[in-house]
Write a protein that binds this ligand. Structure first.
Ligand code: SF4
Length: 395
């Protein structure tokens, strides 16, 4: 078990001040390599597609209670983190038993986003099975084990809810059986049939792993990744039309009718932190859970009566189902005391600002404790701590 040093936040690091020194060691945490945060060892557990079986959520809640600090953090990649880990070996055993450590050599590269409502609401196609196929392709090759832990894959079902997030390697469906291949969120012009998507994305990633030098993300390459298409033997279609987003994919929290007549409930939890006790209740509903890159929790495939009961029980416990709540639009990094770089107790200050109706800007905003701006969602204003309060950065 390794205790490493590095960022405490999953996802984007968008500098809003002087650039930091480039690291030479990949310090992204995982299950087997923990990050030494200021408040103790931190483990990051990858959840491809953000998908969780109830038994897995139950295992995470138990781990948070018995080995961590009592809570589960949801990240901006739909992964989760446990803080204050007291026994790394016991955690690895517990997570492996829950099938949350299925590929130890590839543990930190299993970063796969999928349209959160796919197969239930909208979209050209159901990408849930493709998540499994992509995961199998990614973890089945030796060459991908050395990918940086920050590399991100995305499967957008055509809703357009993911492609703007600039995953390193993405597929954006333009029909039920055809996808556009994206690099760093940009259309390459390559079009492939559905069943080729996993291998094509992994071919690109393997090519990147071979040539990347000290680049952590595709966007760090001198050409921004433009040469990867030819290097992977792919040929753009000169007549390829620009993908158009389908309307209708929910982007906030609340009650959503599925195409099959069932109900998805989408909830926010303040600061993206889910107390273990609430997680136990969510697991007890015994329905599939999806965690989204907006740090929302989807409880899916409910009948109306069960959905009403879930809202009645879990809203008083702190889960938020009202899209008008500020917590539908505000997020934060860890801040002090969890991160040694923080200039402020960002979470405490954000809770105060929400309570006092004193947010410094409107709409999506992400509060951070320093210029590194960890975990900033695309399109959010950045509210950064200074030595003299907070300022809204240009982003
Ligand atoms: S304080 Fe800075 S380094 Fe620490 S989590 Fe926040 S943005 Fe990242």
């Amino acid at each position: 078990m390794t205790i490493g040093v590095g960022g405490a936040e999953d996802g984007e690091h968008r500098h809003v001040g002087p650039a930091h020194r480039r690291r030479t060691d990949d310090a992204c945490p995982g299950v087997l390599r923990l990050h030494t945060a200021a408040d103790g060892p931190l483990a990051r557990i990858r959840l491809p597609g953000g998908m969780l079986r109830p038994s897995q959520l139950e295992a995470l809640a138990t781990a948070a209670e018995t080995i961590g600090d009592g809570s589960i953090e949801i990240t901006s990649r739909g992964n989760v983190q446990l803080r204050g880990v007291r026994d790394a070996d016991a955690l690895a055993v517990l997570l492996a038993d829950a099938d949350l450590l299925p590929a130890p050599r590839h543990d930190r590269v299993r970063n796969i986003l999928a349209s959160p409502h796919s197969g239930r609401i909208g979209g050209h196609t159901d990408v849930r099975a493709l998540v499994d196929d992509l995961h199998a392709a990614l973890t089945g090759r030796d060459g991908t084990a050395e990918l940086p832990g920050r590399v991100l894959f995305a499967l957008d079902d055509g809703s357009g809810d993911l492609s703007h997030r600039r995953a390193d390697f993405g597929a954006h469906f333009v029909g039920p059986d055809r996808a556009a291949i994206l690099i760093d969120g940009a259309d390459t012009g390559v079009r492939v049939a559905r069943d080729r998507v996993p291998d094509v994305l992994v071919d690109l990633a393997e090519t990147f792993a071979r040539i990347r030098g000290d680049a952590w993300r595709v966007r760090d390459l001198p050409d921004g990744g433009a040469g990867l298409v030819a290097a992977a033997g792919l040929v753009p279609d000169p007549d390829a039309a620009t993908p158009e987003d389908l309307p209708g994919a929910p982007t906030s929290i609340g009650w959503f009718d599925q195409d099959d007549g069932a109900v998805t409930l989408a909830a926010a939890t303040p600061l993206g932190v889910l107390p273990a006790r609430t997680a136990h209740f969510l697991a007890a509903i015994d329905h599939p859970i999806v965690l989204t890159p907006d740090r929302f929790i989807l409880v899916t495939d409910l009948d109306e009566g069960t959905a009403e009961t879930v809202v009645r029980v879990l809203a008083p416990m702190g889960l938020i189902f009202d899209a008008a709540s500020p917590w539908a639009e505000v997020t934060s990094c860890t801040g002090a005391p969890g991160c040694e770089h923080a200039r402020a107790d960002v979470r405490g200050d954000l809770v105060d600002a929400v309570r006092d109706d004193a947010l410094p800007t409107t709409g999506r905003q992400h509060w951070v404790g320093c210029d590194r701006a960890c975990g900033t969602p695309q399109g959010a204003d950045i509210v950064v701590a200074t030595d003299d309060g907070y300022r809204v950065a240009d982003g």
